[in-house]
Unconditional design. Structure first.
Ligand code: ZN
Ligand code: ZN
Length: 417
């Protein structure tokens, strides 16, 4: 049996422990003596506790977990005064930034109810999101600049499971979601750590190939999509793990199937249609179609959640421009599961995608050492938001366009050509 084969006999509890171990040792690469700041929903407590145990056994000096509670979040929309929605716990985010600066690692457990805020006033939802984005910015910058080791893993939660599997009894839905998480994060393999090492090496190989090609643009063609995307000057393709500024090797997303880079913020033209619904901060946006001109969204439509989409791109000027381009083959385990997770961490790794808003400075050569002005000169985008949306499918063709203007087939029908 190879280390990457599926371990058939492991119980759910054993798989949960494997997930926690992989999160701490492979995702975070937590160092002995390092502090850990974790965020989780109260529904994710069993996983948070396993992670806490593995972190202390790896030598963590202190694990601090900030729990959020969905029911309490809804009470705010019911009873808080209107001014509440322009307010965020700035002191908390300042504290997180201070912890990161003093050497703490960051782990987020995702697993939110994708429809939690669907029935709330979109204006209040938009204002509250904006207030948090603003307050969180200094901490987020340390993460997007990869100054610290960080990762995101997911816990199945009852509300998420029910949203994904509405035709099953709640306990069956929850078990099905756990099974899907273990499969797509390679935690169900005989040796999850070595399965991750193999996968990580493949992603690095793919990124190296694209870096050698140095395409100046990508050309997309598919149903509802006819789009040309210029890449940033000195762009770098990344994939899999990375060595953070603090010297720790980490794999920031689990699962991760993408190789990604930086588009030039002023070089996107044409029409692009989303291939999956986007769950954004508790609301669903479906049937997204946008038109770009010189990198800027000039027309945005959605068949559902149009108002939220409009608010999102009105966040600031950078929210109308692109900050990430990512390629994912249609044969990724997540795409092959055939499931829509209603969760960006999974769905973005099921399909090629682009992101509105903030770009990652690590996606240009020596980007982490460049000033904001130097980054902008190479085409980097700046925004309070970074929102991925899925444009890949088994019907998408992508060409790489060389500096001399020749187009080469890069992906055909969703697969590497
Ligand atoms: Zn991405
Ligand atoms: Zn992204």
């Amino acid at each position: 049996m190879t280390p990457t084969a599926v371990a058939e006999t492991r119980t759910q509890s054993e798989n949960l422990d494997q997930l926690a171990a992989v999160a701490v040792h492979v995702g975070l690469g937590l160092k002995s003596g390092q502090e850990l700041v974790m965020t989780a929903s109260t529904d994710a407590m069993p996983l948070a506790r396993r992670i806490t145990e593995h972190a202390y056994r790896a030598g963590a000096s202190l694990v601090t977990t900030l729990y959020a509670d969905d029911a309490s979040a809804l009470l705010r929309y019911r009873f808080a005064p209107d001014a509440s929605f322009d307010h965020a716990a700035g002191w908390l985010y300042d504290g997180m930034a201070a912890a990161f600066k003093s050497g703490a690692a960051r782990l987020a457990i995702a697993g939110a109810d994708p429809t939690l805020l669907s029935n709330e006033d979109p204006d209040k939802v938009g204002r509250a999101n904006r207030a948090v984005s603003k307050a969180y910015r200094p901490a987020l910058e340390l993460i997007t600049r990869h100054e610290i080791n960080w990762t995101i893993v997911s816990s199945a939660t009852p509300a998420w499971a029910t949203a994904m599997f509405p035709n099953y009894a709640p306990d069956v839905a929850l078990a099905k979601l756990w099974e899907a998480i273990f499969a797509t994060t390679r935690v169900n393999r005989v040796d999850p750590v070595s399965a991750w090492k193999t996968h990580d090496a493949e992603l690095h190989k793919r990124a190296a190939f694209l870096n050698e090609k140095r395409y100046s643009a990508l050309r997309y063609r598919g149903p509802g999509t006819d789009f040309r995307l210029g890449l940033a000057d000195d762009h770098e393709w990344l994939g899999g793990g990375t060595t953070a500024g603090n010297g720790v090797y980490c794999i920031p997303n689990m699962p991760t199937e993408e190789v990604f880079s930086m588009p030039h913020k002023d070089r996107a033209d044409g029409t692009i249609t989303a291939t999956k619904p986007l769950s954004h901060q508790g609301t669903m946006i479906e049937g997204i179609q946008v038109r770009f001109q010189h990198g800027r969204i000039v027309d945005a439509r959605a068949t559902r959640g149009q108002e939220v989409l409009q608010k999102l791109i009105d966040t600031d000027e950078g929210a109308r421009h692109l900050g990430e381009v990512a390629l994912v083959p249609h044969s990724s385990p997540i795409a092959q599961s055939g499931l829509v997770f209603l969760n960006t961490l999974f769905d973005e790794n099921a399909a090629s995608h682009i992101a509105l808003g903030q770009s990652y400075s690590s996606c240009v050569r020596n980007g982490d050492k460049l000033s904001p002005e130097e980054l902008a000169a190479r085409g980097a985008n700046s925004s309070l938001i970074h929102v991925d949306w899925m444009i890949g499918s088994g019907q998408l063709d992508i060409d790489g366009v060389t500096a001399s203007g020749t187009a080469e087939p890069l992906m055909r029908q969703g697969e590497w050509a």
